[in-house]
Design a binder for this molecule. Structure first.
Ligand SMILES: Nc1nc2c(ncn2[C@@H]2O[C@H](COP(=O)(O)OP(=O)(O)OP(=O)(O)O)[C@@H](O)[C@H]2O)c(=O)[nH]1
Ligand SMILES: [Mg+2]
Length: 294
């Protein structure tokens, strides 16, 4: 399996080899890292959709992906689903929400469990995007799990990050202090059919104004036939500088690789044992323990 073969298949809307390559990377198969290192890297836009649970991210994604598909764009859609903390099982229900998008042969959809990882993504997603950036896709779209305030990993991968909110998602003022609010390039207030919608829009507009932020807000009712033209226009606007986007992503990749490589030989149990031993001695010095690992 090599990238030429994978791309030849993708050209024919056959994603079998790609699926195998993704599983190989996700499961850290033999030599997967040298496979990644040899890949060419293209500046394909990576679009992120995030927001609290149940706000309609997948329903919206269905329309956005279908729009690109109708434009004959080749699309990779990654959906991160929550996994049970008990057995890391996952429902992988997003496929059932992407009922329209799934019908296009030029759309590749893959669901991942987040395997209990906080941050809204799956731990292997950076490396999977590394592979996808070598593939002949026009767009990569990632839907995070339903996130809490500080689960904002998506902004290190995607540009733009679309933060989807809903007037029915609990405390209407909650967003004002949320980390999630700081990563938005575009806001979508979905479920605009909700009686509270106009008020919610007013609150968000007021908040952005107070903070001196100019961030577009798109209003949608995603479970009805939806015109996504305005949202797509903003997506194009914020993904235009593809080199800046790529630079951001590659910085994250380099950082993660260094972190993984440097931490590979360090076990917490070993630190614990070293500390235990050192604390039994008369002159305990924490810095010298730290320095022994640097
Ligand atoms: N009333 C109303 N319901 C909507 C709208 N958009 C989506 N829904 C419904 O909201 C529910 C949740 O939608 P999803 O698209 O699964 O939401 P999600 O944000 O992807 O959910 P998670 O991935 O579980 O966090 C579904 O029952 C949708 O049919 C909308 O604009 N108005
Ligand atoms: Mg979803």
């Amino acid at each position: 399996m090599n990238i030429q073969e994978i791309n030849k298949d993708i050209g024919e809307n056959n994603f079998r080899l790609l699926s195998r390559a993704i599983s190989y990377i996700e499961n850290k198969g033999t030599d997967y890292f040298s496979f990644l290192q040899k890949l060419p890297i293209k500046a394909t836009p990576i679009i992120g959709l995030t927001g609290p649970p149940g706000v309609g991210k997948s329903t919206l994604l269905n329309s956005v992906a279908s729009y690109f598909a109708q434009q004959h764009k080749k699309l990779a859609v990654l959906c991160i689903d929550p996994s049970s903390p008990v057995n890391f099982g996952t429902i992988l229900g997003d496929r059932y929400r992407l009922t329209q998008a799934i019908q296009y042969p030029n759309v590749y959809i893959r669901s991942f469990s987040n395997r209990g990882k906080l941050g809204g993504l799956n731990a292997a997603i950076w490396e999977i995007c590394w592979l996808l950036l070598a593939c002949d896709f026009d767009y990569i779209i990632i839907e995070t799990v339903g996130v809490g305030q500080n689960e904002i990993d998506i902004c290190t991968i995607a540009k733009p990050t679309v933060v989807v909110l809903s007037p029915d998602s609990g405390d209407e003022l909650q967003f004002m202090k949320a980390g999630l609010m700081e990563i938005a390039d575009i806001f979508v207030i979905n479920k605009f059919d909700h009686p509270n919608a106009q008020k919610y829009w007013g609150l968000l507009t007021h908040y952005l104004h107070e903070q001196g932020l100019v961030i577009p807000i798109v209003k949608t009712i995603a479970n009805q036939p939806l015109d996504v033209a305005q949202l797509i226009e903003y997506i194009h606007k914020y993904s235009k500088d593809t080199n800046a986007v790529l630079l951001n992503f590659l910085t994250e990749i380099v950082y993660k690789v260094i972190e993984q490589t440097k931490m590979k030989c360090i076990q917490k149990t070993q630190i614990l044992n070293n500390l235990k031993e050192a604390m039994n001695k008369s002159k305990f010095n924490l810095i010298s323990i730290i320095n022994s690992y640097l």
